[in-house]
Design a protein. Structure first.
Lengths: 197, 136
């Protein structure tokens, strides 16, 4: 059910793994953002059909903590491209997120624990600012890390539960509140990075 | 007059409870039916109109009360039978034509419109029982 989020050409990610060797990583097609939610009568799953704006992600190691810091690293997700596979829930969700007045949901990457060396059960913490409907919340996002294709692909998979109310948003309601979308949302992020030459 | 107002208010309160109960049961046991309300046909819920939704049992109640006072002598038999007749008259005269037009003009499912018909008849039946009990 994942839809390609970052259909971008080059999403340069320059960072230094523990080895100290400068490498460049590119976000692969297949990276995705899925938002799962529910109402008091059904569940829904929203994907982003198309990733329009992609900024360059640049990471560099912060010496003492080995945490990777980002600079100028914002992913813009076009709220108009969110698709919940239910026409009216999609339109109500976009309206809740104040689209088209606020066109983008933004994810600002702040820092990430060093993913190297990759081990089977490794989990790393990322810090991101999520900007929704013009309001920003800083959250910790835990990623499972895995290597694929002989170390050329790095997969970061994270989940986070958010609340509409975290962003001072009121979930959509119908019939005087008798039918309503629940406050909780689960955001699933899957990022695939390919080691570039 | 006082008796009529008390009867109208009593029926309104009971109908409000009935509407909340039926909606709760619909959400609980027929969620796919309740999900049909996720449609542009239905207003985005906000305080400016929500109060009208919760007032509707009182509108129905006082309308039926007026009807009851005017035609109660036409209905004979036990309270339940009189209430049943009132509800059928209300359903056939007031609801069927309006719902017929609603279904023909708006993009709504037939099952949803039929639930409204049943709901309206049930409301009239409950109000009829209260009126025949309080103002026979």
């Amino acid at each position: 059910m994942k839809v390609i989020l970052f259909m971008l050409s080059f999403f340069l990610l320059g960072f230094q793994p523990s080895s100290g060797v400068q490498t460049t990583w590119v976000v692969e097609a297949g990276s995705s953002l899925v938002i799962d939610g529910s109402s008091n009568v059904n569940t829904f799953s929203c994907v982003v059909k198309k990733y329009l704006n992609c900024d360059t992600l640049r990471m560099f190691p912060e010496g003492r903590t080995r945490r990777l810091q980002f600079k100028q690293c914002t992913i813009h997700i076009d709220v108009g491209q969110i698709d919940c596979r239910h026409r009216f829930i999609t339109s109500d969700l976009r309206k809740t997120l104040r689209y088209p007045e606020v066109e983008y949901m933004k994810i600002h990457f702040i820092s990430l624990d060093d993913p190297f060396p990759v081990t089977a059960s490794k989990r790393i913490r990322g810090v991101v600012d999520i900007e929704l409907a013009g309001r920003t919340k800083r959250i910790d996002l835990w990623f499972d890390v895995s290597h694929q294709a002989s170390g050329r692909l790095l997969h970061l998979s994270g989940q986070k539960e958010l609340l509409f109310s975290d962003f001072k948003l009121e979930p959509p309601k119908k019939m005087a509140g008798m039918i309503k979308i629940n406050d909780e949302l689960k955001v699933n992020v899957d990022l695939f990075f390919r080691r570039s030459a | 007059m006082k008796k009529a107002i008390i009867a109208g208010l009593t029926a309104g309160v009971v109908l409000l409870i009935l509407s909340l109960l039926l909606f709760f049961l619909q959400v609980r046991y027929f969620p796919e039916l309740a999900a049909l309300y996720w449609s542009d046909m239905f207003r985005w819920s906000d305080a400016s109109t929500d109060w009208m939704f919760y007032m509707h049992p009182f509108v129905v109640s006082f309308a039926l009360k007026w009807f009851w006072e005017r035609y109660k002598d036409v209905f004979s038999g036990s309270n339940i039978l009189r209430a049943f007749e009132v509800s059928l008259v209300y359903g056939v005269v007031a609801m069927v034509p309006v719902l017929w037009m609603t279904y023909s003009a708006m993009n709504l499912s037939l099952i949803m419109v039929l639930t409204w018909l049943v709901y309206g008849i049930l409301q009239a039946f409950v109000a009829g029982i209260i009126f025949s009990w309080l103002n026979p």
